[in-house]
Design a protein around this ligand. Structure first.
Ligand SMILES: NC(=O)c1ccc[n+]([C@@H]2O[C@H](COP(=O)([O-])OP(=O)(O)OC[C@H]3O[C@@H](n4cnc5c(N)ncnc54)[C@H](OP(=O)(O)O)[C@@H]3O)[C@@H](O)[C@H]2O)c1
Length: 248
């Protein structure tokens, strides 16, 4: 139940928001008039992003948040509780590609590192802020997945990019998304996986086709779904910014 004044701004948390798609999502939500907590594992990078937004007249709140560090996650959740009292939108955006190693060349250490951020970090952050999301009357969770996590697309395709750790971490994230959607459906909390399309960022050496602003469109749309919107779904953006269901 939303115990806050109806007039209060919506409150959002975006992880890994100091650059790339996360920064563009934070900017887009700010432009919608929301209070946005901009999560950054390195607070100096977060402070620089907050300053860049401030130069455009946008007032984000930087929060130190390393999704692999439980103490950092708990401190961020406490800060949001103190400052805002509730959370309406969680965008689990932080994600890493450690290498492009194919399965036979992948170390367990790399697999663990990738999952710590891309999978376990999402569960840790979601559970930490769930009490705050439950205080909202319209809570939404968006998990940034990838077409590379789709088993339906990969199966039988020898040319499918073979990076084991990243691809399988996003497949696991899809399973996590469905599990939370099922648990939270009765409470009206919508949980969806969004592949932003191929976006030019540091993650791919800026080889992506879309700008970060374009890549942020679908995550923002899914973060602002009306009541009764989809939950437990996955969507992806095409090069022309068209939106399609993403096959699991
Ligand atoms: N770019 C694409 O085409 C594409 C396609 C499909 C899916 N995605 C997904 O979209 C999301 C954003 O990707 P991007 O392309 O914007 O990548 P990016 O430019 O590399 O940005 C990744 C962000 O995640 C942060 N991060 C990494 N590890 C973290 C941790 N342990 N705790 C908190 N933050 C952490 C990074 O912080 P630092 O600056 O400190 O490293 C950075 O802010 C990822 O989940 C990615 O897998 C991207």
């Amino acid at each position: 139940m939303d115990t806050r004044n109806e007039q209060l701004q919506q409150v959002a948390l975006v992880t890994g928001a100091n650059k790339g798609i996360g920064l563009a999502v934070a900017e887009g939500l700010l432009r919608l008039g929301m209070t946005v907590f901009l999560g950054a594992r390195d607070i100096s990078r977060g402070t620089a992003a907050v300053a860049a937004l401030a130069a455009q007249g946008l007032d984000a709140r930087g929060v130190q948040l390393d999704v692999t560090d439980q103490a950092s996650i708990d401190a961020a959740a406490d800060l949001i509780a103190r400052d805002a009292g509730a959370l309406d939108i969680l965008v689990n955006n932080a994600g890493i590609v450690v290498s492009h190693a194919r399965p036979s060349e992948t170390s367990i250490e790399e697999l663990r590192r990738t999952y710590e951020t891309n999978v376990f970090g999402v569960v840790a952050v979601t559970n930490a802020v769930l009490p705050l999301l439950r205080r909202s009357s319209s809570a939404r969770i968006v998990n940034l997945t990838s077409d590379l996590g789709s088993l339906a697309l990969a199966a039988g395709d020898e040319d499918f990019p073979p990076l084991l750790s990243y691809n399988s971490s996003k497949t696991a994230l899809n399973a996590v998304t469905v599990a939370y959607a099922n648990e939270l459906r009765a409470e009206g909390i919508l949980v969806n996986a969004v592949s932003p399309g191929s976006v030019a960022t540091d993650q791919n050496g800026h080889a992506g086709l879309l700008t970060t602003e374009q890549g942020a469109r679908l995550p923002i749309r899914m973060a602002t779904l009306p009541a009764g919107g989809p939950t437990g779904s996955a969507v992806t953006a095409g090069e022309d910014l068209s939106e399609h269901p993403l096959a699991w």
